[in-house]
Design a binder for this molecule. Structure first.
Ligand code: 13P
Ligand code: SF4
Length: 311
């Protein structure tokens, strides 16, 4: 207990000394969320990264999120607690494979929409970025006379097609955490809580999305739970979300969506960050996100377009 308090005090002191801002994703552990200046989804984090006047951005999330902060803040130091915190969606779409696909299909003149869960190299190849929070809005603004290629999440892409009626070609990537929820695992927990509402992330499969009362980004889950007319809510996403929701909606009974193997689902990448590593990265200003300037510049355009189009 004393050790945890000391660590927290050390982080706060270093944060002040470095003029740093701590941004944390909703899937971070509770102790990290509690020391962050801002906790949110990918969209909110991208806005905060763009607006901050801090000298150092400490990004508690996964690598592509920290890289996004660097893309819009080339002059700032961006650090993350664990540089190996990756993402299965990012891994499913390497930039060289996407470049080769676009070259082979050059005659199609694709308008490429990339979900933010991808590398800077992939962002540099696309026309616009989207997050789960603004994907419908972004797809609705795509040029009507060009075919859309949506990368890398096929489940999110399929959900956006259902919402917009716009046909898209989908890269076949997926989030290894969200595809673990199944129709059976969600039906079982629904049977236990027959009055509960279900909120699910759009990275889930269609079989799971069909069982949900609401499908939305992690940030929108907060307002959904707050305004829900019932007490019991089954939350079908990564387990860190429960900490944020319990803080924001203390009067609700928030039930983690189970998988066939576990009572809840953890993202092993998000959970690589710890309070010790957070202290260390503030103290050492490392590991830092560094980017090739040509790729950064090319990746910045579709990101700024996203921020503009999602206003
Ligand atoms: P959100 O932008 O909805 O927080 O999603 C990010 C993510 O990585 C989901 O797995
Ligand atoms: Fe990537 Fe899935 Fe982890 Fe989100 S939960 S960071 S999409 S692996």
């Amino acid at each position: 207990m004393q050790l945890a308090l000391d660590l927290k005090a050390e982080i706060m002191e270093l944060k002040g000394a470095r003029n740093a801002v701590i941004l944390a994703h909703n899937y971070q552990t509770g102790d990290i969320q509690d020391v962050a200046d801002y906790v949110g989804d990918s969209l909110g984090l991208a806005y905060h990264a763009k607006m901050t006047d801090a000298d150092v951005i400490v990004f508690c999330g996964v690598h592509f999120m920290a890289e996004t902060a660097k893309i819009v803040n080339p002059a700032k130091i961006v650090v993350l607690p664990d540089k190996d915190a990756g993402c299965s969606l990012e891994q499913s779409c390497p930039a060289d494979k996407l470049a080769a696909f676009l070259e082979t299909n050059r005659q199609k003149n694709y308008y490429v929409i990339a979900y933010i869960n991808c590398s800077g190299g992939v962002k540099a190849l696309c026309d616009v970025i989207c997050t789960s929070g603004n994907a419908v809005k972004i797809v609705n603004q795509a040029p009507a006379d060009r075919p859309i290629l949506f990368v890398p999440d096929a489940n999110l892409g399929a959900w956006v097609m259902e919402q917009t009626g716009r046909k898209m070609d989908l890269w076949q990537g997926s989030c290894y955490v969200h595809v673990e929820f199944t129709r059976d695992s969600i039906n079982r927990i629904k049977a236990e809580y027959p009055d509960a509402l279900v909120v699910a992330h759009p990275e889930c499969t269609q079989a799971v999305r069909l069982l949900a009362d609401e499908v939305c980004s992690t940030e929108k889950m907060v307002s959904f739970c707050r305004n829900a007319p019932v007490k019991d809510i089954i939350v079908v996403t990564e387990s860190g979300m429960l900490h944020r929701l319990k803080r924001e909606c203390p009067d609700k009974n928030l039930i983690p969506g189970p998988t066939d193997r576990c009572a809840c689902a953890d993202c092993r990448y998000m959970k690589m960050n710890t309070m010790e590593k957070l202290r260390n990265c503030l103290r050492d200003l490392a590991p830092r996100v560094e980017m090739n300037e040509d790729i950064r510049k090319r990746a910045e355009l579709p990101l700024l377009r996203m921020l503009e189009q999602s206003k």
